[in-house]
Every structure is written in C-alpha cells, then in structure tokens.
Design a protein. Structure first.
Length: 171
C-alpha cells in the first residue's frame, strides 16, 4: 500500500478515506495505491464503483457525474407502487419525500460551493441523481461520502418499502 515515502499526508489520507467510505457502504474497492498523485484517479474509480457515469459539460466548464443504477430505479418503482396501493399522490408520497430530504441533507453537508446536484425520482424510467463539479471543487472525500450515503440509503430502503408493500397486500 505505502509504496513510497509519504509526500502529502492529507492527500494520502483522502485516498484511504475514499476506500474506507466505499468499503463501509458496501461498494467494491480496488485497494488503491496510497499516493497523492493518485487521489483523482481514486475519486474517479470510486464514482465508477458506485455505478456513476462521467461526462464533461463544455458550456459550463463542469464535470457531471450521473448515477442511474438499478437500485435508484427500483426505489422509485417501489415508492410509486407503495403510493398507488395506499392511494397517495406522487407529490405526497412519504418515500419520495424521504429520499428528496435525504439527498438534500447529504449533499448540503459537503461544505463547498463549487458543486451542484440534481435528481429525478418521480419516474422509474427516468430516475437519476446527478452531481455537477466545477473546477474549484476540492471536497472529493466529502462528495464520495455523501453520494455513497445516498446510494446506501436507497439500497437499504428498497427492502423496507418492499416489506411494507407485502404487508399491505397481505392485509
């Protein structure tokens, strides 16, 4: 792991932190080399480990990371199904509101203003979670922590919603 002398302890700790966050959230990790030159590579690897896609926006000079994994689509599908079974409109659906609040809370905790985020969680087909990073952004570890927390919340909540749907059907 520590191949060479430690050159920048804060960047080396960031690499370790990203791997630990991924591991704790249940995502695969590659056992990255601890090297400050490796931080952005580890960041991109972490995004891909969480099923994120990368693209650049030439008009606004930002990088866009889009998460459209099957767990997000499954969450929205289950939340909407729960709403239909209970006669709840989309705009009043507890599970949709809960995810919106969780995303907003986690993303606001980053502490850097050189990013933005967006999501669509009212249609299973078009469900996504996007993060826009501008050139001045430097809170990579906080971003990975927030995104992995949102994705772990989605995974955990899917089974909870499915159980509630089954209870409703059984009643």
């Amino acid at each position: 792991m520590f191949q060479d002398k430690i050159s920048d302890i804060s960047e080396n700790m960031a690499v370790l932190s990203i791997d630990k966050i991924l591991y704790d959230s249940g995502f695969s990790i590659a056992g990255s080399d601890i090297d400050y030159d490796n931080l952005y590579e580890v960041f991109y690897d972490a995004v891909y480990a969480m099923d994120g896609d990368y693209e650049e926006d030439e008009n606004s000079d930002c990088c866009i990371y889009t998460f459209r994994g099957k767990s997000i689509k499954e969450y929205v599908r289950l939340a909407l199904k729960y709403g239909r079974l209970n006669g709840i409109a989309k705009d009043q659906n507890f599970w949709i509101k809960r995810l919106e609040n969780f995303i907003d809370e986690e993303m606001r905790s980053i502490g850097d203003y050189s990013y933005d985020y967006d999501y669509n969680i009212v249609s299973a087909k078009r469900a996504f979670f996007k993060v826009y990073i501008y050139p001045e952004f430097c809170q990579t570890v906080s971003l990975i922590r927030a995104v992995s927390s949102v994705l772990a919340f989605i995974d955990k909540s899917c089974s909870e919603i499915a159980k509630q749907i089954e209870r409703r059907r059984a009643a």
